[in-house]
Ligand binder design. Structure first.
Ligand SMILES: Nc1nc2c(ncn2[C@@H]2O[C@H](COP(=O)(O)OP(=O)(O)O)[C@@H](O)[C@H]2O)c(=O)[nH]1
Ligand SMILES: [Mg+2]
Length: 200
């Protein structure tokens, strides 16, 4: 197990790309609809309960939160999206910022897309997958909150989503995950190790 992720430290929040840290080293971005369980997943992966704030008020912040793992590696918690209450101007700003970030960020080496397994493949998720196809960024999907379904039902969802993604034109892997039960963490670490180029 690679415990380097446990050292993650909060760096900064950026409300626009010009405020992001220098575009160097490697970066893995966590994307997901608001309330999907993104911040909880980052906390589970870093074993730090307060690292990425777990918001009870979804869709409020539109910030990119950067976390440093080591000098050459970062996590980015991307702003969530998907609540009808969000004004159009905010949606447009989000869309533009995400598109630019995903297309232009050289350090970006993979996207962890977090989905609530009870509501997989929303419009938001499909948009994210399209952007990844366009930029050929590898995707790893976490079907999280797996503790909300029994194992059989969770597996069924996994197979169904896998099938629906069979003609996606970019490397995409997926797994069950639960931040609450801390399941699936080692599998994510393995994917991250590859993307970040950690040799054991
Ligand atoms: N049962 C369960 N609840 C979860 C899990 N992950 C997140 N949650 C809950 O889902 C809500 C949204 O989580 P959060 O991480 O803030 O989502 P984000 O908006 O995507 O960052 C919170 O109430 C969390 O406690 C999980 O694995 N299992
Ligand atoms: Mg969050």
């Amino acid at each position: 197990m690679n415990s380097v992720y446990h050292q993650a430290k909060f760096m900064l929040s950026a409300s626009q790309l010009s405020e992001a840290p220098e575009d160097q080293g490697k970066e893995v971005a966590f994307a997901g609809r608001s309330n999907a369980g993104k911040s909880s997943a980052i906390n589970a992966l870093t074993r730090q309960n307060g690292l990425a704030r777990i918001s009870k008020t979804p869709g409020r912040t539109q910030l990119l939160n950067f976390f440093e793992i080591d000098e050459q590696r970062k996590f980015v918690d991307l702003p969530g999206y998907g609540y009808a209450k969000v004004p159009l101007a905010v949606k447009k700003k989000w869309h533009k910022m995400m598109e630019t970030y995903l297309h232009k960020r050289d350090a970006l080496c993979g996207i962890v897309l977090v989905m609530d397994l009870r509501h997989p493949l929303t419009d938001f998720d499909m948009q994210m997958i399209e952007w990844c196809e366009y930029t050929q960024l590898p995707l790893h999907i976490l079907l999280t909150k797996a503790d909300k379904l029994n194992f059989g039902a969770a597996k069924n969802t996994l197979f169904k989503v896998q099938k629906q993604l069979s003609d996606v034109d970019v490397s995409v892997t997926l797994q069950l995950f639960s931040s609450l039960k801390k399941t699936g963490i080692d599998d994510v670490h393995q994917v991250l190790d590859q993307w970040f180029d950690f040799k054991d």
